[in-house]
Design a protein around this ligand. Structure first.
Ligand code: CMP
Length: 140
């Protein structure tokens, strides 16, 4: 299987609770390499653009509000089958349904404040990475 990249966000609930190192340890233990990483304060425009596919959903306003409520860590993860692997490591969107040992089971507080984002396909990963990283910011 080919090496692949996925896009990850450690959300404001993770930065607020000083969990970025603990979450990164789970990522690295799963065999995913953090090849790009930056801590940023997401602007409202960036969050609205990033979550554009959800703009008709009832939780869109709340989602943008939360994602801009504090710093986030944007990441590029690399590894075999990275998109599917990271989704497995994150666990279900709703932490109540997440499997034991997953990031969301261990750390997430609710479906909204769910600690991490990961791309749902290789195509979306490329689009999401390009929103926050230039090639020069990524070193495998
Ligand atoms: P994420 O993978 O970042 O992509 C969309 C996000 O919307 C999702 O994680 C959740 O954090 C959020 N989300 C999904 N469903 C709900 C909901 N019912 N209420 C609030 N936020 C939600």
């Amino acid at each position: 299987m080919a090496t692949e990249r996925t896009f990850s966000i450690l959300k404001p609930d993770a930065t607020k609770r000083n969990l970025t190192g603990a979450v990164n340890a789970v990522i690295e233990e799963a065999g995913l390499r953090i090849v790009g990483q930056r801590r940023i304060q997401m602007s409202r425009a960036q969050a609205e653009k990033f979550y554009e596919v959800h703009k008709e959903r009832p939780f869109f306003g709340e989602l943008v509000e939360f994602m801009t409520s504090g710093p986030v860590v944007v990441q590029v993860l690399e590894g075999e089958n990275a998109v599917a692997k990271y989704r497995e490591v994150m666990g279900a969107t709703n932490p109540a349904q997440a499997a034991e040992g997953t990031i969301r089971k261990r750390f997430a507080q609710s479906v909204g404040e769910n600690t991490v984002h990961g791309s749902d396909s290789a195509e979306n990963a490329a689009i999401e990475i390009a929103q926050f990283f230039g090639e020069g910011d990524i070193a495998g």
